[in-house]
Design a protein around this ligand. Structure first.
Ligand code: NDP
Length: 258
């Protein structure tokens, strides 16, 4: 067993981070590259994903590639992962990060928005985990990390469907553990608090809400996406080989304190 800081070294591992062309996923992809992994940046916009991959390669001095497919389409996920495996072999580290938000009172929430949220935040994690874990099972090792949310524990007005998907991610993570732990695979989740990204832009721009986040977070501030990297690298590395089915809240203490 590798111990000490060497256990966090990801050299020789291939990592796919969904939705990493921007925001949290981008910072996570960069963190994995700095830890030594060969990273595949992913999104729907090919030019944006390729640009992000180039920028991460430049700062990390690691090979960084890009992949483009819609995570809500199981056939596209199968084809996308098949192409990645053909070029890079079995994916060692899968980070299911792609996600969206829609806000409306429950009485106004449309079927279309509900479907979009469930397919992007939850079904995608199932499609990717199912497809990528086949290679991991055949080889007998692998790391799957879901990106959840404090909204798996804390509801707020206007986001019931989003909270429902993030709550389900906690149980999907435990279910993956049950199925995959016997095959040497660890499935865990990182649940962020509030981080300024495109997804939260309306909240950042709302000074009253932004102040509420600072007040409700024991650390007294919004998260910086770099705050998430340590937990991810831990869960992606052999340092966490006996950690399985868990969700780590990286939220400045928000879910620990009323
Ligand atoms: P962003 O909106 O900044 O980024 C979302 C990313 O997901 C983009 O790269 C986008 O790619 C990709 N994406 C969205 N839909 C699809 C799709 N159908 N197929 C493929 N890629 C897709 O979001 P964040 O970085 O803020 O959020 C990332 C994750 O973190 C989400 O799961 C979110 O729920 C979670 N989270 C975020 C928090 C925050 O405070 N920001 C708090 C808690 C959790 P493209 O632009 O090419 O479509």
């Amino acid at each position: 067993m590798v111990t000490g800081t060497a256990a966090f070294d990801l050299t020789g591992r291939t990592a796919l981070v969904t939705g990493s062309s921007q925001g949290i996923g981008r910072t996570l992809a960069e963190g994995l590259a700095h830890a030594g992994a060969t990273v595949i940046v992913h999104g729907r916009d090919a030019a944006k994903a390729a640009r992000t991959a180039e920028e991460i390669a430049a700062v990390s001095a690691r090979p960084v590639f890009s992949a483009v497919f819609d995570v809500t389409d199981p056939a596209a996920v199968d084809a996308g992962v098949t192409a990645i495996e053909a070029s890079h072999g079995v994916v060692d580290i899968l980070v299911n990060n792609a996600g969206i938000q829609r806000r409306a009172p429950i009485t106004e929430f449309s079927d279309e928005d509900w479907d979009d949220i469930v397919r992007t935040n939850l079904s995608s994690a199932f499609y990717l985990s199912r497809r990528v874990s086949r290679g991991m099972v055949a080889r007998g090792s692998g790391k799957i990390v879901q990106i959840g949310s404090v909204q798996s524990q804390l509801a707020r007005p206007g986001i019931a469907p989003y909270a429902a998907t993030k709550g389900a991610i906690v149980m999907l993570t435990k279910g993956l553990c049950a199925d995959l732990a016997p095959h040497g695979i660890q499935a865990n989740a990182v649940a962020p608090g509030y981080f300024a990204t495109e997804l939260t832009q309306p909240l950042v721009n709302d000074e009253q809400f932004s102040a509420w986040v600072r007040g409700r977070t024991p650390a007294g501030r919004w998260g910086d996406t770099k705050d998430l990297v340590g937990a991810l690298v831990f869960l992606a590395s052999s340092a966490s080989d006996f950690v399985n089915g868990q969700t780590i809240y990286v939220d400045g203490g928000m879910t620990a304190v009323v």
